[in-house]
Design a protein around this ligand. Structure first.
Ligand SMILES: [Zn+2]
Length: 199
């Protein structure tokens, strides 16, 4: 790397920090960015800057938002008695795409993963409990991924909320064990939501 310029070496180093990008891929991407039209490379830089300056988490549900409450929390036509708990904002998008759910969401921003040292306190579970305690929800749908960790997280949340006076449900088993919500097809997800059952 001693033969390349300081700025190119810096770019390669930054790209190497991205998930799934090793040193070879980082080098290839860096040279690609030098080869394309300058405006194309600068548009990528501007998009990164724009998303980091303007996108934050909704203070109520932790969905992505551009300032204040997210569009779902702001929408007066959503059913405010239903709360669906998912792991990530992209799971919310998968459920929205299924077209059958009209309630609100709570995004955990992860799942309990002891092997990665991710515990309940690193997720938004405390805020979830606070939302439930306001007493407006009649049903909590646990839509964490049907993986070992997703199931464990759902169990943890349901135990935590066992004393609250609301129904706790889980997606029907149409969604295959081990599959990830965002990759589940729309119809299957719609059925799993419609056929949800008591946890
Ligand atoms: Zn929101």
């Amino acid at each position: 790397m001693s033969q390349i310029t300081r700025s190119l070496s810096n770019l390669i180093q930054q790209l190497t920090k991205l998930p799934g990008i090793g040193p070879k891929s980082a080098e290839r991407l860096a040279y690609h960015l030098l080869r394309v039209h300058k405006s194309e490379a600068l548009a990528l830089a501007a998009a990164i800057s724009d998303v980091r300056e303007n996108v934050s988490y909704c203070p109520d549900c932790f969905n992505l938002s551009e300032g204040g409450l997210c569009p779902i929390c702001r929408n007066p036509n959503r059913d405010r008695s239903l709360l669906c708990v998912v792991e990530q904002p992209r799971d919310l998008i998968a459920i929205e795409d299924s077209g059958v759910y009209r309630g609100l969401y709570h995004i955990l921003l992860g799942r309990i993963a002891p092997l990665e040292n991710i515990g309940a306190e690193q997720l938004t579970i405390e805020r979830l409990v606070q939302r439930i305690e306001r007493g407006e929800f009649k049903e909590l749908i646990l839509a964490t991924n049907p993986t070992v960790e997703g199931d464990g997280t759902a169990l943890y949340v349901s135990n935590l909320l066992a004393d609250q006076s609301l129904a706790i449900t889980r997606l029907a088993r149409g969604v295959t064990t081990g599959s990830i919500l965002e990759h589940t097809n729309k119809e299957v997800l719609a059925d799993a939501l419609s056929d949800r059952r008591p946890f």
